[in-house]
Design a protein around this ligand. Structure first.
Ligand code: HXC
Length: 260
């Protein structure tokens, strides 16, 4: 598929996907969705690729939200009958088992904030600004924001952000546990690629299992989550990479992963 609204490149085992509508602050329209789904499916299917980074082009925005101009024309029946926004979750969250990072370089508002929160974690530049301003448009988050933001930062802060539409800067977002780390604006992409390369260098089955078990914490009760973790741990002990990883440690050398 030839892309018009995103850019993709691979650097060794890391796929970089860049939202590329800078004049519209990388607003997320239907074409962006289709292209992102394709790019993530390509990343997932390519055995040479182990981790991805998603960022925004230009200096101002990761993504300033779902495309308001597109949504303004759409009848309510279409939103409902097409189950609008459902595919973001089913295709980009549920089907992607490999880890990926959102590198938030500016505004991450509405659907942009929601897309960033679909990532396994967020790295933010000092200029990042997060918000769910949908209320000002007469709507509300529609791509998981009210749920993921609340799980990340708690009820009080999430409720305040959704009800007032105010933006949260990078430092506050780090304090509130919305982002893993804040880095200097000019260093964001390098740092995200470096972090992704570290993850890409891990045993691949273990990377997927670690992601699955952390995600299980949001879906299950504590007892079930701990059993799920233990079973995955036990499965990993049967892998060739477990044997290699432990031998490599004892022999004081780097592991040479087989991915099995
Ligand atoms: C379409 C957008 C856009 C968006 C910005 N643009 N955000 N186009 N959809 N979400 C366009 C502007 O129309 C403008 O185009 C250009 O990008 C630059 O934006 P400006 O507003 O001129 O920039 P600035 O003054 O710096 O303000 C930046 C901003 C503001 C604070 C981020 O653009 C803004 O508030 N944007 C909307 C944020 C928002 O409400 N997001 C939530 C969307 S709803 P022109 O052609 O005029 O130059 C959503 C729903 C989720 O995401 C799902 C549930 C419904």
């Amino acid at each position: 598929m030839a892309y018009e609204t995103i850019l993709t490149e691979t650097r060794d085992a890391v796929t970089l996907i860049t939202l590329n509508r800078p004049k519209a602050l990388n607003a997320l329209n239907s074409q962006v969705l289709e292209e992102l789904i394709d790019a993530f499916a390509t990343f997932e299917a390519d055995d040479s690729q182990r981790c991805a980074v998603l960022t925004g082009s230009g200096d101002k925005a990761f993504a300033a939200g779902a495309d308001i101009k597109e949504m303004s024309e759409k009848p309510a029946a279409d939103f409902y009958l097409q189950d609008f926004f459902a595919r973001w979750t089913s295709e980009i969250v549920k089907k992607v088992r490999k880890p990926w990072i959102a590198a938030v370089n500016g505004f991450a508002l509405g659907g942009g904030c929601e897309l960033a929160m679909m990532a396994d974690f967020i790295l933010a530049s000092e200029n990042a600004k997060f918000g769910q301003p949908e209320i000002k448009l007469g709507v509300a988050p529609g791509m998981g924001g009210s749920q993921r933001l609340t799980r990340a930062i708690g009820k009080s802060k999430s409720m305040e952000m959704c009800l007032t539409g105010r933006m949260m800067g990078a430092e506050e977002a780090e304090r509130a546990n919305l982002v893993a780390r804040v880095v200097a604006h000019d260093e964001l992409l390098d740092e995200a690629m470096k972090t992704a390369a570290t993850i890409a260098g891990m045993p691949p089955m273990a990377a997927i299992a670690n992601k699955e078990m952390v995600n299980a914490a949001f879906e299950t009760g504590l007892d079930q989550g701990i059993i799920f973790e233990r079973r995955l741990f036990q499965i990993l002990t049967a892998s060739e990479d477990k044997k290699e990883g432990m031998e490599a440690f004892i022999e004081k050398r780097e592991g040479n992963w087989k991915g099995r």
